[in-house]
Design a protein around this ligand. Structure first.
Ligand code: AKG
Length: 294
């Protein structure tokens, strides 16, 4: 579903997304705002470096951060982001997960070629879009994302688990046989975002720059994604309505790592775990121990 939202994507950006499965360099935040957001994230890292509830901070950064960290829930409601996503998904939007992908300067952390929705229990939906916002200068050297144009047009392909410890993905899952020469780079200036389709093949390289590479990934879905799916899953309504109520609608967090939100977080992870780990060749703990930093 696409239609014109006054402050949303241009026709060219929508066409690019439709034909290639991604769109890049969409301005969202000013340089000053990015500096402020980065400061807030780094302050949180300093004050909560030990994590919460027996889990390290990276667990909360890497999945469902919006459940326990108010800043991440608020960022998912940024009007400029919602307008752009509304241009693609329509006017009823929910947030399934908010995540931070941080690669420290001069580190080997990478993300292998994958399709996001492979293990998310959403079937092969067209109604999941990731907004990935650069909170640092995300150059090619810093390990920006790269995409295979048009790869979203087919279904979900086979992924193999690598369990590579330098891979930021939960099971190091990867699609074999990608032709690197077909890839298009998605370098972003601080404050710009890219949007990518849940079936678009994408990956990213190591950070060989002198600065941390900080990306904020927000996974948006529509009410229809849950149509006919078994089990329970959770999302936060950020625009329009969720009349179907296939999602368990959650509110934003009360405070940073509030006790009640931490309990909800555990419940959500427990309910999602069964779906996400289906078919894994090894026992895995979702994201835990997958340090984003060096
Ligand atoms: O941050 C990265 O390098 C990759 C992020 C990614 O795979 C995603 O947001 O789906």
């Amino acid at each position: 579903m696409t239609y014109t939202v006054p402050n949303g994507l241009s026709q060219d950006q929508r066409d690019h997304y439709e034909t290639r499965g991604f769109a890049c360099n969409i301005p969202v935040f000013s340089t000053d705002k990015v500096a402020q957001l980065r400061h807030e994230i780094e302050t949180l890292e300093a004050s909560h470096g030990a994590g919460a509830n027996g889990q390290d901070l990276n667990q909360y950064f890497r999945v469902n951060g919006h459940v326990v960290i108010p800043l991440l829930a608020e960022l998912a409601k940024t009007p400029a982001i919602l307008d752009a996503v509304e241009s693609i998904l329509g006017d009823n939007l929910l947030v399934w997960s908010v995540e931070l992908f941080i690669k420290e300067a001069h580190t080997e952390k990478t993300v292998s070629w994958h399709q996001d929705i492979t293990y998310w229990g959403m079937g092969e939906t067209n109604d999941e879009v990731t907004a990935w916002v650069a909170l640092s200068d995300v150059t090619e050297q810093a390990g920006c994302m790269r995409f295979i144009p048009g790869s979203h047009k087919n279904g979900i392909v086979d992924h193999e688990d690598t369990q590579d410890e330098n891979n930021l993905l939960s099971r190091g899952q990867q699609i074999a046989g990608i032709r690197e020469e077909d890839a298009q780079m998605g370098a972003l200036k601080p404050g710009e975002m890219s949007l990518h389709h849940g079936r678009c093949f994408h990956a990213s390289g190591p950070n060989r720059s002198d600065d941390r590479r900080i990306g904020l990934a927000i996974r948006y879905v529509t009410p229809e994604v849950r149509d006919g799916l078994p089990g329970r899953d959770y999302a936060m309504l950020v625009r329009g309505t969720d009349a179907a109520r296939g999602w368990v609608n959650i509110a934003g967090p009360r405070d940073v790592f509030h006790r009640a939100d931490l309990s909800l977080y555990d419940k959500i992870i427990q309910d999602q775990q069964a779906t996400l780990t289906a078919g894994a060749e090894h026992d895995i703990a979702l994201y835990a121990g997958k340090e984003a930093s060096a």
